[in-house]
Design a binder for this molecule. Structure first.
Ligand code: HEC
Ligand code: HEC
Length: 236
């Protein structure tokens, strides 16, 4: 028995640290619920003439820069968290890191006292600190540029999960693209696009799971993936 002891200790520690890290508060969901009414949450950030507040990306990166100045890098997150926790409850013109022009433009942030608890704010601050980051934005933008440069069919395969069922499973959980392409050789792209945008159920009785609808693909991407599927079904 003795040799199992270190492993169980390790497991206990892992379990504990996981628990303190997440508290069972979901920072992403809370930020959506408590902050999105005024702050845009996208990465890259979106701005508009009618926005009520600067995007949370801008706010966070700006604050992180201020707080990093002359500080020990390992202290920045706790400085950031305590500032956010206090500002959201007690917004204060004199305490704000916003420029005077920004404060005049948006007005002071209304106190969120009563809308959000201290524990929720902890989770929110931790989440936004890690999410909104210049290097991460750069990576996301590079990834976007890389995907935008691909042909439309490859874009779909890069951003969606089609391959998981139609390619990797080798015909075990869904028809292969070659089988689908063959079936629609004479009808062309229209029924294929319809299946993707509406979902599909019962067309292939040997497969028991239905396919969900994909509603956010562009017409170009749909046309591209449909032609790709047809090309897979051509006799070689
Ligand atoms: C009712 C609208 C509204 C809501 C809801 C709101 N904010 Fe704001 N927030 C603003 C405005 C307006 C500003 C810009 C003026 C200012 O700094 O006070 C701002 C600024 C901030 C700042 C920047 C302070 C500074 O000095 O740079 C932080 C941090 C912030 N908000 C965090 C949050 C978080 C976190 C939430 C969600 C818990 C949230 N806000 C919800 C309107 C809002
Ligand atoms: C979770 C697994 C799964 C994923 C992910 C998936 N599919 Fe499917 N797909 C299926 C199954 C299963 C069927 C057969 C459903 C049926 O019987 O009607 C199907 C059917 C189809 C059909 C229609 C077949 C017909 O005969 O009408 C097309 C076209 C298709 N999928 C394309 C795609 C594309 C493109 C994607 C990604 C955007 C995708 N699928 C993602 C499982 C999946």
């Amino acid at each position: 028995m003795k040799r199992f002891f270190p492993l169980s200790i390790l497991l206990i520690f892992t379990a504990c640290s996981n628990q303190t890290q997440t508290h069972h508060y979901n920072g992403e969901k809370l930020t959506q619920e408590k902050c999105a009414a005024c702050h845009n949450l996208d990465m890259p950030p979106k701005t508009s003439d009618t926005e009520k507040a600067p995007p949370l990306y801008t706010v966070t990166v700006h604050l992180k820069e201020w707080m990093a100045e002359g500080a020990n890098p390992s202290d920045v997150e706790s400085k950031f968290t305590s500032f956010v926790k206090s500002y959201v409850i007690y917004p204060d013109r004199d305490n704000s890191y916003c420029t005077k022009e920004m404060l005049d433009k948006y007005g002071l942030m209304p106190s969120q006292k009563g809308n959000v608890t201290e524990e929720e704010l902890d989770a929110i601050a931790q989440y936004i600190f890690n999410r909104y980051d210049q290097m991460k934005l750069l990576e996301i933008m590079q990834e976007h540029a890389k995907i935008a440069a691909m042909p439309p069919a490859e874009q779909v395969l890069a951003i969606k999960d089609c391959k998981m069922c139609h390619v990797a499973a080798g015909g075990k959980i869904a028809p292969t693209f070659a089988q689908i392409g063959k079936k629609y050789q004479t009808q062309g792209t229209v029924p294929i696009i319809k299946a993707i945008t509406h979902g599909s159920k019962g067309a292939w009785p040997q497969y028991t799971i239905p396919m969900r609808a994909y509603t956010d693909l562009t017409p170009k991407q749909l046309e591209g993936i449909a032609k790709y599927i047809l090309s897979k079904g051509k006799k070689k």
